[in-house]
Structures are given as C-alpha cells and as structure tokens.
Design a protein around this ligand. Structure first.
Ligand code: FEO
Length: 384
C-alpha cells in the first residue's frame, strides 16, 4: 500500500510471474495491476480490482489502506479480467458493497462473475459523494473496451484513467513518475494493446479538456504527477499516428537470405546516421516491431516468397498493422525468392491498401545474391 494523498492510496500489485500478456505480448519487466482506495469521511471506494491469483496481497493492501472500515463502493472502470477478476471476491468479502459501473459493464459483470444486484449504473457527469470527497464519471468507450469509463476526483485533481496512459513494467520502489525509464514500455503497451483505438484516445482527450489534472492513476505502470505533460504528449502523438524519423525493419527469413538483406539495409542506415531498429519476426514476438512502427516514420518489411505468398510470420505482422489502422508511414519491401517472385509485390499491395507511401518499388533478391549485392544505398539516402 502506498499513500498518494490524504484520501487516495495505491493498493495494486506487481505481476513478475506472467511472461506473456493477453497470451500474446512478452513481459520482460513484468506488469502492474493498479487499484486504488479513495477515502471520504463517510464512505470508501475501491477503484478496480486486480488479476486473480493476487487475492492475499490485494486484500492485505486494502486492509492497510482502509483500516477497520468496510469498502462501500467498488468502481469498475474496465471489465478486462486483468482488472475485474476479483469482483466476486470483493462482493464476498463485503456483501453490502455497491458496484458502480457503466451500463455496458453490467451484463459483463454478471456474465463473467455471476455478480448482480446492488449496482449503480452511471453515465457521463454522474457523481458519488464519499463525504468531502467526490467521484465523477466520464464515459470513455473503446478505451479500451466498449464499457470503459474514467473516474475523476476533483478535490484531489486525480483521474483514474483505466488503461489510458498505462504502460508495461512492474513497479519498484517509487511508484510515481519515471517517464524516461518507462517510455519504451509505454510505446510498446500502447502499440500492442490500445493502438487500434487512436480515435477513442483522441475523443478522451477532448472529454478531459478543461479538467484540472494533477495526478493520473492508470491501471498499469506508474502514477503520473510531475510528468503528466510528457505522458499525455506521447499518448496524443501516438494516437494521431505521428512518428519520428527512423526505420523499423521487420523481416522473416527461412534460410538466412532475407536476413542478409535486412542486415545490409541496417548497415546502410547506420552509416548514414538514420535511426533504425531490426526485428526478426521468426525469433521474436511482433510486439517489439509494433512498438517501433509506432515510433518511426518508415516501415521496411522483408519476406521470402513462401507457397507463392508472403512468409507466414511476416503476413501476420502485416495483418497486425492493418488491425491497428497504422497510417502516415513510408514503406518499402524487400525479400528473397528462388523461382517465384511474389512476396514483394504482395507486400506492396498490402501497403497500398493501408494507405502507406510506397517510396520504392521494392527489392526482391534472386537466389545466390550476396549481402554486398543488396544495394540499399540510393534508397537509404532518401531517408536521410
Ligand atoms: Fe489492462 Fe484493457 O485491460
């Protein structure tokens, strides 16, 4: 338990055991499931729960924060199970607890956990008085599910933002701020989890305009106090698909030939001082390549031709770009083939469908090519 203000306490937990988030995304630095107690003179609210498996630590944190008092309200900002798993356990511990949720969350609460009754359904602008402390609700659908909302405490100028402004990485020691430390994991979290919902993030920004915010309490990662400007600027930029200069090279390779071309491209970019990152989609999760797609303005994709098609790990990566509505990017393709030169042409078709600017017709290299023959010099110089 960590005291954030006189009336707000952090009661979340760190998960350093899970290695893959949502069954998809690696967690090299763990993840936190954040939950908060808000104490008024007459009532206590718990904002969200944590993932199942952390019951003992979670309830011990709450006991430390609430003392002898019972939890009166459980505010459910988001129903994804990493935050909602212990709803039934909270109701079992405090049978009189009133759940507070959006209308769309109510059937999910019963569907997931068989919990019904004593639920206040809130809409935009509704308030709950905890006794000198108020909670106001702001509907933020599709950030990241349809039922999501944020909860604002005006007396503490604190927004409980759900997944928005969150990041991967367990918390250690000081749980407030640390933007530079968490920046890359914030981009990876955004690109992997929230990236599809840029327009919902922009709608949330509009809704929060004019709200005095001194503290952001999201469901993952640090609490933001001194670095709110940096965090919101990054989320704003990512949700507008606004990149910085650089190249994300993502490739798959069957026998090392397309890898050879990727290495040659990387060496050329390095010699020109152009920022880049290289991702082998056969040996690493696309999670990291998606991070760098959201970071850089150019995507270079390499694929051999396989079954007269794009190589499967690369095809899956490309599908993920479309699913995230990635836009405002330059694109070029490269690859290797033995007898059927199909992959580069097909990658270009995908890029065109996604509205990318194709800056080169592509470089399919035929069998027997060497790294020295992969001529990216002219193409790379246009990116300088
Ligand atoms: Fe961290 Fe969308 O749940």
């Amino acid at each position: 338990m960590k005291q954030l203000t006189e009336s707000i306490m952090y009661v979340g937990v760190n998960d350093n055991k899970k290695t893959i988030f949502e069954g998809l995304w690696p967690l090299p630095y763990g993840v936190s499931y954040n939950s908060y107690i808000v104490k008024g003179d007459s009532k206590i609210a718990l904002i969200d729960t944590v993932e199942a498996g952390f019951e003992d630590e979670f309830f011990a944190n709450i006991a430390q924060a609430a003392g002898e008092r019972a939890v009166d309200y459980l505010v459910i900002n988001h129903m994804e199970p990493d935050h909602s798993s212990l709803i039934a356990a909270v109701r079992a511990k405090w049978p009189d607890v009133t759940l507070v949720a959006s209308a769309k969350a109510v059937p999910m609460i019963e569907g997931y956990y068989g919990v019904a009754g004593n639920i206040i359904t809130v809409k935009d602008g509704d308030n709950i008085d905890l006794g000198g402390i108020t909670l106001t609700f702001k509907m933020t659908p599709m950030l990241h599910w349809p039922e999501t909302m944020m909860t604002y405490c005006p007396e503490n100028q604190t927004i409980f933002s759900g997944d928005a402004f969150g990041c991967f990485g367990a918390l250690d020691g000081d749980i407030v701020d640390g933007f530079e430390k968490y920046r890359d994991e914030m981009i990876r979290y955004y690109s992997n989890i929230v990236g599809k919902y840029g327009s919902s993030v922009q709608a949330a920004f509009k809704k929060l305009a004019g709200t005095q915010i001194s503290r952001i309490c999201s469901t993952h990662g640090p609490i933001w106090e001194k670095e709110i400007a940096e965090v919101t600027a990054l989320y704003d930029k990512m949700s507008r698909y606004e990149p910085e200069k650089g190249v994300c090279i993502a490739y798959g390779s069957m026998y090392g030939n397309t890898a050879k071309a990727a290495e040659s491209l990387a060496e050329e970019l390095k010699s020109l001082g152009i920022p880049y990152a290289v991702h082998d989609l056969c040996t690493e999760s696309p999670s990291f390549a998606y991070r760098d797609v959201f970071k850089y303005d150019t995507i270079a994709v390499g694929s051999p031709t396989y079954n007269n098609d794009i190589y499967p790990p690369v095809a899956s990566f490309i599908h993920g770009l479309g699913a995230r509505f990635v836009k405002n990017r330059k694109f070029f393709a490269f690859g290797s083939y033995t007898w059927a030169n199909a992959s580069v042409k097909m990658l270009n078709e995908c890029a065109e469908a996604m509205g990318f600017e194709i800056i080169d017709p592509g470089k399919p290299f035929a069998q027997g090519f060497t790294k020295e023959k992969c001529d990216f010099k002219e193409l790379a110089s246009t990116l300088k």
